[in-house]
Ligand binder design. Sequence first.
Ligand code: GRF
Length: 261
Amino acid sequence: MSNDTPQIRQKINVCVFISGRGSNLKAILEACENPNFPARVSCIVSNKPDAGGLEYAQQYKIPFAVISHKDYTNKQDFEQGILDALTHEPIDLICLAGFMRILSPYFLTRWGDNIINIHPSLLPKYKGLDTHARAIEAGDAETGCTVHYVIPEMDAGEIILQRSIEITKNDTLTTLAQRLLGEEHFAYPEAIKAVVEQKFTQHYEPKLDLSLTNTTQGKQDMTDKEVLNGHKEMWASFTNTMKFGTLSIIVLLILMALFLL
Ligand code: GRF
């Protein structure tokens, strides 16, 4: 195995935020069923009690929380309500999938750059709503979807990946949205994979490739158990050296005594 190979051993924990039908959530859940996919969905958050996507939480037996913005008098309390709910499950990455609330810096700074979103346009074109109508109206030859990191400025974070489709002259809002949704379902799992490979690789144990322990990278990736075993080996080799040294001195003393006699 080369040292450049991402050393993914364990799945990262993803929390998916939804507000509606949850077809992207379903695509992520299906991708996670593959043992080689580097993520699992550890929980789901919806700001709408009647979001269709919540049925997948039940189907896949994933813990979920409904935190309705309507139950709070201000945005900060609503976001604090979500933050509190998030403490119950392990989460490495938040995936917004049709989550229709804009998260404020209050929330975002608590998650650093570990929040991503899917947007139905080829950003930076058409930030915000009605992306398909705007693309058709502008006479664009293509449109697409973008998975990007979330920053306080809406739909403006670093792009992780995009997929595009042609806009044909027969396309209506419905046909375009439908075709693009199919692309989104490929894009989101691909983007999660890319994020894990970019950001999370070093958090996980390396594969048991002994050649790695001779490199800086290997040492950084050693688990506590491996470090402990290393210490034990050093101690064993030290005591062996001591035993050998003591024996040599005794033999030397005997030889000297015999010589003097
Ligand atoms: C998708 O088109 C996504 O790009 C946008 O909201 C829609 C969510 O659809 N952000 P679904 O709930 O995942 O089916």
